[in-house]
Design a protein. Structure first.
Length: 105
């Protein structure tokens, strides 16, 4: 009941303001990076490969950080980290990705 309606117990939030600001700031950073990443991919730039790997690993690092600060559950962290890890592995290992993002191929 308290998790669904914190106000019922006289609570406003389970997360301190600093942690919430970290969460919002890191999400804004990921959104901005994703926009840059889409522009690189639209231009088929080779740098899109490494930037995509960095983006995926950065998103996993942020998930772990959010978990440490109590903003994500254990299960939610594992489930949400899987696409980032799979995406990073795909961009690192895929020949198709390398062939797509090389100018002049």
């Amino acid at each position: 009941m308290i998790y669904a309606h914190p106000a019922a117990a006289g609570l406003h939030s389970f997360v301190p303001l600093g942690f919430l600001l970290l969460y919002v700031t890191t999400n804004i950073l990921l959104i901005a990076y994703a926009i840059v990443l889409f522009m690189l991919m639209a231009q088929r730039r080779r740098s899109a490969i490494i930037n995509n790997i960095v983006f995926n690993l950065l998103s996993v690092a942020f998930l772990v950080t959010w978990h440490v600060f109590g903003e994500k559950s254990n299960f939610g962290t594992v489930v949400d980290a899987f696409p980032g890890l799979a995406g990073a592995a795909y961009f690192m290992l895929s020949r198709r990705v390398r062939n797509t993002f090389i100018i002049g191929s």
